[in-house]
Design a binder for this molecule. Structure first.
Ligand SMILES: Nc1ncnc2c1ncn2[C@@H]1O[C@H](COP(=O)(O)OP(=O)(O)OP(=O)(O)O)[C@@H](O)[C@H]1O
Ligand SMILES: [Mg+2]
Length: 307
């Protein structure tokens, strides 16, 4: 089932088009990554999706409800952490949740709070003041708050910003569990490795436009497999590869990538040995999202690597 549908979404501020004709669609149980460099338009897009700012053009539908015309119904379906979640730091986590549950008209407040607090593993500290919480605990409190209304769509803007590896791993586990229970999760980040581990699909936004949308499993399955070799004399190898019209990519002064299938590797190694090319190491590497990210976010005239 389609939970989020964004069509032609555009935000203009003054003469600047900050978000430019964005289309996206996220299904039940799916984790959708919204990836892009600083200033690409991620937060602006999210602010429009959750109705914090108005779109200049285009539409957002959540579970079929248009946020323009059916705002209240649409918003009932959403839980979000946008930028730093606001909390009253001199109150306990629990009191903060009570406050939000009241605002949001959550039925059976106490029971629901107990559930979300257990889910984010804050039970031990929930009656302590928020000002004594670590960053990771604050993030988890934010998540608990976003989950109070049992949202069909969870929107997280850079949720792991500043978290340590353990915190990131925990967060990933929680997101996965929510998706497995059917929640659609829309998560923005500029940290690629994280997205790779957490998302089913990703879109890359640059200068307000979606430049590509990819299925993560497919990218990682090894479309475009290649070997990475380290050699003593890279010039010698380059000459040899050029003579044989084999394409390659220089990584650094003694490392290069050569696109090839696993089945071709042993023949390639024999071929090099025949030329007396000294191999220090060889490994197969798969296209990662990181490369995809750079392919799509580096300017034509920018520092694009050798093809
Ligand atoms: N109210 C505003 N007025 C003018 N420019 C704005 C406004 N809000 C955002 N921008 C500009 O729009 C662009 C996109 O900003 P946005 O915050 O959406 O980027 P982002 O992808 O979330 O970046 P980051 O990764 O740094 O959070 C930036 O160049 C920003 O300066
Ligand atoms: Mg942002």
């Amino acid at each position: 089932m389609e939970v989020l549908r964004v069509d032609n979404l555009t935000k203009q501020i003054g003469k600047k088009t900050i978000v430019n004709r964005v289309h996206m669609q996220v299904n039940e149980g799916e984790v959708y990554g919204f990836l892009g460099p600083n200033g690409a338009g991620k937060t602006t897009t999210i602010r429009m999706i959750v109705g914090l700012i108005q779109a200049t053009e285009g539409s957002v539908r959540i579970c079929g409800y248009d946020i323009g015309t059916d705002r209240e119904k649409a918003m009932k379906m959403v839980g979000a952490i946008v930028e730093n979640p606001e909390t009253y730091s001199y109150l306990s986590g629990y009191k903060n949740l009570i406050h939000y549950a009241r605002l949001a008209g959550i039925p059976n407040k106490e029971k629901r709070i107990k559930e979300v607090v257990e889910f984010v593993k804050l039970t031990d500290r929930i009656h302590d003041k928020v000002k004594t919480y670590s960053l990771g605990m604050r993030q988890r409190l934010g998540l608990a708050q976003a989950l109070l209304g049992k949202p069909k769509l969870l929107i997280l803007d850079e949720p792991t910003n500043g978290l340590d590896p353990e915190g990131i791993r925990e967060f990933r586990g929680l997101v996965r569990q929510l998706a497995d229970q059917g929640t659609a999760v829309f998560v923005s980040s500029h940290i690629l490795k994280e997205m790779e581990a957490i998302c089913d699909r990703i879109a890359i936004i640059k200068n307000g436009r979606i430049v590509t949308e990819q299925n993560v499993a497919k990218v990682l399955e090894g479309q475009g497999q290649k070997v990475r070799i380290k050699v003593d004399d890279i010039k010698q190898v380059e000459t040899f590869l050029q003579q044989n019209e084999i394409s390659y990519q220089v990584v650094d002064h003694n490392t290069m990538d050569i696109p090839m299938d696993e089945s071709e590797v042993s023949e390639f190694v024999r071929f090099l040995a025949l030329q007396n090319i000294n191999l220090r190491s060889i490994e197969t590497v798969k296209d990662s999202l990181e490369e995809l990210f750079f392919t799509f976010t580096t300017d034509e005239e920018g520092e694009k690597k050798n093809a």
